[in-house]
Design a protein. Structure first.
Length: 368
């Protein structure tokens, strides 16, 4: 993995690069700027990264906003000017460096992005089709039904392309408004859908993050993003458990995998779901202690990565979620010491259990 950092007057961009694939996180280093100025600075930096890397195109971009109701429409319209056919997602998860916006961008070299429908785009490479789904919403003010319809959309989109959730969905993200109240409905809807698709603890589930996040429309209580792969064989997919560190999520009624490793022609993609400070009995480690929880969370992630044949040196990007803004400096210091040049962003986003002060997710790419 090659890491680079680009610092301008108003932005800091960190990138990871592996054989035609770039993950970039662009943040604003001057929180005194207006939102319009911050958006313009981030957009300009993304264009600069594309100009430095000939033949790369955006595939997926996620905007992390401080005030989605007032910022989302302007931000999405601006980013779409430079993103071509890329899937563009947004969520209200304020970057904790004080900025109003940060962007996670996934770029690929020499691929053609095709739009499948309003939510999903795809590209093909080495005989496989990669599907990226952004911001599936159903504003019906009922979290269970919203989530149910989001998964039904994913089923139907995949079915149209001769695919299915069980064999082809690799990763989902669920952003839940007021997660302490609404998360249980997301869990029930996902569990019911998986039962219908014959996904059980004895087969497998799907790697996922379920985290607090708000859409611009106040009536939307659940938002879904997803990553699916067409043409993949089951022997190319390995599910990660790190059983000496973590319990199975099904132990407490939740249906997702801790991590997934996917073998492609020249690389192994290792996806780590939202991971917190938990032990292999399902108990919270170090309640109330942000430093100890951060260190245990990192230990758990390391165990999952190692089981997938990867290490911290292979991490392409990290997104970290905090419940309390006051914990930011402690976590930032630990992350900088632990992960070095790896692109990461820390946002305000409460985790699904109040006792968890912190959670992180990441993707890694290891050479095969």
């Amino acid at each position: 993995m090659k890491f680079k950092q680009y610092i301008t007057e108003h932005t800091v961009a960190k990138t990871s690069e592996f054989n035609g694939e770039i993950h970039a996180i662009v943040t604003v280093n001057d929180a005194s700027l207006t939102f319009a100025e911050q958006l313009r600075s981030v957009s300009t930096e993304i264009v600069a990264i594309l100009m430095k890397h000939n033949g790369y195109v955006p595939v997926f971009m996620r905007l992390l906003l401080s005030d989605a109701a007032n910022q989302a429409e302007t931000a999405v319209n601006e980013i779409r000017k430079i993103s071509g056919n890329a899937a563009v997602a947004y969520i209200q998860q304020p970057p904790l460096n004080g900025a109003k916006i940060a962007v996670l961008a996934y770029l690929r070299q020499e691929v053609e992005i095709e739009r499948v429908d309003n939510y999903t785009v795809k590209f093909s490479k080495d005989g496989l089709s990669h599907y990226f789904t952004a911001n599936v919403v159903n504003p019906i003010a009922n979290t269970y039904d919203e989530t149910k319809r989001q998964l039904e959309y994913l089923e139907n989109m995949l079915k149209t392309n001769n695919l299915n959730i069980a064999d082809n969905c690799i990763r989902t993200w669920f952003y839940v408004q007021n997660i302490d109240v609404n998360y249980d409905a997301v869990v029930r809807a996902r569990r019911d859908n998986f039962n219908e698709n014959n996904l059980t603890v004895d087969t497998h589930y799907i790697s996922s993050t379920g985290i607090c996040g708000r859409f611009a429309d106040k009536n939307v209580t659940s938002v879904m993003d997803a990553y699916c792969v067409g043409g993949i064989k089951q022997n190319q997919i390995k599910f990660l458990y790190a059983a000496d560190h973590l319990n199975r999520t099904s132990d407490y009624g939740v249906t997702f995998e801790r991590g997934t490793a996917v073998d492609f022609a020249d690389r192994r993609l290792v996806i780590i779901s939202g991971t917190a400070s938990i032990n292999n009995k399902g108990a919270i480690v170090a309640p109330g202690d942000i430093k100890a929880q951060t260190l245990r969370m990192i230990e758990n992630v390391k165990a999952l990565l190692n089981e997938g044949g990867a290490s911290f040196d292979d991490i392409a990007h990290i997104v970290c979620y905090l419940r309390d803004t006051a914990d930011y400096n402690v976590v930032k210091t630990i992350f900088e010491a632990t992960f070095g040049e790896v692109p990461f962003v820390i946002t305000l986003a409460p985790v699904c259990r109040p006792g968890w002060l912190i959670e992180m997710e990441c993707m890694a790419i290891a050479k095969r």
